[in-house]
Write a protein of this length. Structure first.
Length: 116
């Protein structure tokens, strides 16, 4: 089964930017090409929520809460999906997880902390 590893989280000032990466392993490029990938986040005391998704045709879906600030992209050659976070706000603080939507495989998460 595919393994996913997130990175890029950390401390960011409100209004700043961050780029999260999610690299897939135990899969080959041609298989990764067909993956539908997504980023979710979970803040303390809250349910995990979908942030953004991208399907194997490159079509993206962005949650209303981050529309216009976050973008998702997929580099099949690197077997990596990215979440670019701009104009980060305190309410964006959470653990961010990537997921392969068809298999339901999750990464271990990367934490984003926002200082105001």
């Amino acid at each position: 089964q595919v393994q996913l590893e997130e990175s890029g989280g950390g401390l960011v000032q409100a209004g700043g930017s961050l780029r999260l990466s999610c690299k897939a392993s135990r899969t080959i490029t041609s298989v990764f090409w067909g993956f539908d990938m997504a980023w979710y986040r979970q803040a303390p005391g809250k349910e995990r929520e979908l942030v953004a998704s991208i399907n194997n045709n490159g079509q993206t879906n962005i949650a209303d809460a981050v529309e216009g600030r976050f973008t998702i992209s997929k580099d099949n050659s690197r077997k990596t999906v990215y979440l670019r976070m701009n104009s980060v706000q305190p309410e964006d603080a959470a653990v961010y997880y990537c997921r392969e939507e068809r298999s339901g495989s999750w990464g271990q998460g990367t934490q984003v902390i926002v200082s105001s």
